[in-house]
Ligand binder design. Sequence first.
Ligand code: ASP
Ligand code: MG
Length: 418
Amino acid sequence: MKFGGTSVADLDRIRFVAERVATEISKGYDAIVVVSAMAGKTNELIASVTGSSTFYDAREYDAVVSSGENVTAGLLALALQELDIPARSWQGWQVPIRCSSAHAAARIESISTVNINLKFAEGMKAAVVAGFQGISAEGRITTLGRGGSDTTAVALAAAFQAEQCHIYTDVDGVYTADPRICSKAQRLDRISYEEMLELASLGAKVLQTRSIELAMRNHVTLRVLSSFESVSDASGTLVCDEEKDMESKVVAGVAHSRDEAKLTLISVADRPGIAATIFGALGEAGVNVDMIVQNISEEGRTDMTFSCPTDQVFFAQRALECIKQDGILNYSELVADTDVAKVSAVGIGMRSHTGVAARMFKVLSEEGINIKVITTSEIKISVLIERKYMELAVQSLHDAFHLENVGASAVEMDTGLC
Ligand code: ASP
Ligand code: MG
């Protein structure tokens, strides 16, 4: 069971969580409970670090930022003990959860089940584990990147071969679109790992992307649930292997991401190695490039457009200016457009249905929305558009793909084109 920040925001909420854990234990389970820091705490800790030092030591960043989870783990163990449940807290290093030494973005390398299982054998019923953290080979505390407690939970579920992995949060499941901007959004009963992976990396924030990859690889079935409502076996959204009938839904959801930027390098040489140079430099600068478009070349020169998160534009500009100054890459101008958003339609049914892209572009054009960049994969279509049209685009695509009906029986898509 994993509880996010809003689920453990104060002592009352922690008591409520303890009761939820007690209910599962009364069914005969032992529970491993992963907790996040109290809502807002991690941001506060990050602000203390950046307020103390501009070019901070990432190892100390992790030492500070991981502490929020330690507090909630201890408090939840206390709340469980108040309910007469044998419980204790575990920090990442105590389990131990061994991680790479990429501070602030560490990967879990292995989890030992020995210490926790020993305590279960002695009668402990709940192991409360601080999420988001582990220990490196150098013996230093590491964190797994923002939202990393989801990954801790899935990794523990896989290591302990848990029967179930429940991710409790402040929404009651995964929706066809963000209900805050699309009032017709519906909760999905189930969604495949692949669709969830696309939705999460395209902007849906309910699960950390890495946790879904990990669940997919280890066949950990996840249930995303609300910790604010009473739950039954049918509550929430199941994230699981794809089922036969899932393909009849062409589009499972519409995702959006507000914080996108589009950068264009004007007039770079069109010859082998140029893309490698550009994206090599961006990769080294830690820029997460998403879409890439190379234009038709004229007289041996071409324009190269790519997108990245808004808060990485500065790093991208600096990296590209550097290689220009060093004479490694020649271009006439670097144009940044930071007023864009990305809207995507996702669904495994796209593999077997045609006309989805055309349908999507038609809907956007009917709303007068200009598409700046397009990318596709087997199961998603993404477009970059002007940010002010983002909400409208999500709503009209939700309508066009009849996503208000997904709760009911599967909908056959009429592309309206053939
Ligand atoms: N507390 C960490 C964060 O806010 C990890 C988590 O909540 O998953 O990113
Ligand atoms: Mg989260």
